[in-house]
Design a protein around this ligand. Structure first.
Ligand SMILES: NC(=S)c1ccno1
Length: 238
């Protein structure tokens, strides 16, 4: 899978992707990330990318021309790609959308705005507008990294087996279960006995109960399409 990122701060992206799961996936050739500086697609000597907003108002707006030139440059190879603009006005990014992007897109262009926003006409050249949450960031770069990170983790072979289960639980519509590791007793804070029992059936049930309990407490909105067994466990908790 290939990600192409349009930004005025390439170093934000380049620094993050070197590390951890993403770094390993890049080294394995499972994913490719190319970052483009929008300033390289400007036509003035000052590499200007923003201007004052028509109609007045605070702040500056990013001009359409650098975005247009960069998008046309990418499209010159005529390869299919999904163009995604990161913005608070976009549709909500979820684990399910990450799965959909991984399954359906061989290549994604992640378009990062800055300042007060970007010229609305840029949206005529994108496929989707996506928001990672109901808050405003200084720019789209962090959102682009969230999408790259969450999608890459879903690519077969990107994670070691020991990690792949994490997404499964979330994909089933509830939060993850609690995790513990050594020491068994930290200043009197003990690991739950069941996790030391070696009884895998009991451990699995305990983990499911804890996951549902946490979800009921923090994200009841996720508890929609539970299996009859999970619903039974949930009812015991109420
Ligand atoms: N909430 C998102 S994706 C965003 C992008 C820029 N500012 O906020």
């Amino acid at each position: 899978m290939k990600f192409e990122v349009l930004t005025i701060f390439p170093e934000i992206i380049e620094c993050y992707i070197k590390h951890g799961v993403l770094g390993k996936a890049l080294n394995k050739g499972i994913v490719e990330v190319k970052v483009y500086n929008l300033r390289d697609f400007t036509s003035d000597k000052h590499k200007k990318v923003d201007d004052y907003p028509y109609g007045g108002g605070a702040g500056m707006v990013m001009q359409i021309e650098p975005f247009y030139n960069a998008i046309m440059h990418l499209k010159a190879d005529e390869k299919p790609r999904k163009l995604v603009l990161l913005s608070p006005q976009g549709r909500k990014f979820t684990q399910k959308l990450a799965q959909k992007f991984m399954e359906e897109s061989k290549a994604m262009v992640l378009i990062c705005g800055r300042y007060e926003g970007i010229d609305e006409r840029v949206k005529a050249f994108v496929d989707e507008e996506v928001s990672i949450g109901d808050y405003v960031l200084s720019g789209g770069e962090l959102a682009a990294l969230v999408i790259i990170d969450s999608v890459v983790r879903l690519i077969p072979g990107a994670l070691g087996d020991e990690l792949s289960a994490v997404e499964d639980s979330f994909m089933k519509g509830f939060l993850d279960y609690p995790h513990y590791t050594r020491p068994e007793d930290f200043k009197g804070m003990k690991v739950p006995e069941v996790l030391l029992s070696g009884d895998h059936k009991k451990i699995a049930l305990w983990r499911k109960r804890q996951a549902l309990k946490n979800t009921l407490k923090n994200r009841p909105d996720l508890l929609k399409n539970l299996s009859p067994e999970d619903m039974r466990i949930l009812k015991e908790l109420c």
